[in-house]
Write a protein of this length. Structure first.
Length: 403
């Protein structure tokens, strides 16, 4: 067991504060609200349904952690959630319900690397979690309001990004029929900027758009071209919409955009929503801690006494491990790439609360998470950041206060 005196820099202290489960609001958003802040500085002032204007905060993200803004709705409301980084900051946002389920995720839909999403929500408590796309430190503004409030970001429909258009000419009236649910179609945005499809019965659906080189963005409208939902960068640079509430029978329009190259083919699939598949996808990406009941493969590395090492042939899907901690400690976990590997790392406690997540710690591609933890079981997930495969060396170390 390694012992040392805790002499921490201010930056390290902030990291430990953000990662510690003892900074509570633990019941909210399935525990994701640990250390979170009410967007209106109090619960009473964070009801977006009745707010006279949007609510906004300046957020500081350090060491691969995330900033969580909490808000409530006293009545059904169409809301807009946004995050815009300062300088070269590239925020990613997740909107969570009170149980911690992910309602939507977004990276670049605000334009110029900002995040933005609009959606309709029922009364309840919600959290918007913001992190840095590359895992580095970042200062950003977060804003939550109703759709009639002023927006923080311009939105991808109003600007060009990364040398590509946020859209091409045309409209839903020119949409290409997609065909029956369960199929797929491949075309570039330049060839097919809109798809149409029809639902005969109330149906929950999943829509995906895949080709990271093109960086697709998808936006769904109803027959009257009323906005329903949008997504960019759900899985890497690929996009996905899960419409878990059944859509009414009728016609729908899917608008395509490519933030990198409109001439590259994008494979679009539209199928009935499968809750089991959607949950497995969350486990595979590391966005949700797996249950420790054998339904997801998890390797038990035993009690962490001082230091352990485990080599992983990693892929784009997370490989999961557990370690047991026997008393209060500082837990440090590193994922070290070999042969050009680019590791991504996440650590949860046994209740599924995130201790920390990181990609590209420091000046290299390696990843590091550290947090002050109590006795218990901790779940470690590691994967390749891109779609490749490579060797990653996982190192876990435990430190206790010197006596």
């Amino acid at each position: 067991m390694t012992r040392f005196d805790f002499k921490l820099t201010l930056g390290t202290a902030l990291i430990l504060t953000a990662a510690s489960p003892s900074f509570a609001q633990q019941a909210l958003c399935g525990g994701f609200a640990d250390g979170g802040t009410w967007i209106g500085n109090s619960e009473e002032n964070s009801d977006i349904s009745t707010a006279d204007n949007y609510r906004e905060q300046m957020a500081l993200v350090l060491g691969g952690n995330q900033y969580v803004s909490m808000f409530t709705l006293s009545e059904p409301t169409s809301v807009r959630v946004e995050a815009e980084g300062r300088g070269s900051g590239d925020p990613v946002i997740d909107l969570l319900d009170d149980a911690g389920g992910i309602i939507l995720s977004d990276d670049d839909s605000g334009g110029n690397a900002a995040s933005r999403a609009e959606t309709f929500l029922e009364p309840g408590t919600y959290c918007m979690a913001m992190r840095s796309y590359d895992g580095g430190p970042m200062t950003a503004f977060v804003r939550i309001g109703r759709e009639e409030h002023d927006a923080l970001t311009p939105g991808i429909s109003n600007i060009a990004a990364d040398g590509g258009d946020a859209g091409v000419s045309g409209s839903c009236a020119d949409a290409t029929p997609f065909g029956p649910l369960g199929g797929s179609a491949t075309a570039s945005v330049a060839q097919t900027p809109f798809y149409s499809f029809t639902l005969d019965t109330p149906t929950s659906i999943t829509i995906t758009a895949e080709n990271e080189a093109a960086d697709p963005v998808i936006t769904l409208y109803d027959a009257a071209e009323n906005y329903i939902d949008t997504n960019d960068d759900f899985d890497g640079l690929n996009s996905r919409l899960d419409l878990t509430a059944p859509l009414a029978p009728g016609s729908y329009c899917l608008e395509m955009a490519a933030l990198s190259d409109e001439s590259l083919p994008i494979t679009v699939s539209i199928r009935a929503f499968d809750s089991d598949e959607a949950t497995r996808s969350l486990y595979d990406r590391g966005d949700l801690a797996p249950p420790l009941d054998g339904t997801v493969a998890v390797t038990d590395l035993g009690v962490l006494q001082s230091r352990l090492r485990q080599d992983v042939q990693a892929t784009a899907d997370v490989t999961w491990f557990t370690v047991d901690i026997e008393d209060s400690s500082l837990l440090v976990v590193e994922a070290i790439g070999g042969g050009g590997s680019d590791p991504w790392l996440v650590v949860y406690d046994d209740l599924g609360r995130m201790v920390g997540q990181n990609d590209d710690y420091g000046d290299g591609l390696d990843s590091l998470v550290m947090g002050r933890v109590q006795d218990g079981t901790y779940i470690i997930g590691v994967r390749q950041f891109d779609s490749g495969q490579g060797l990653i060396r996982l190192v876990a170390e435990r430190y206790i206060r010197a006596e």
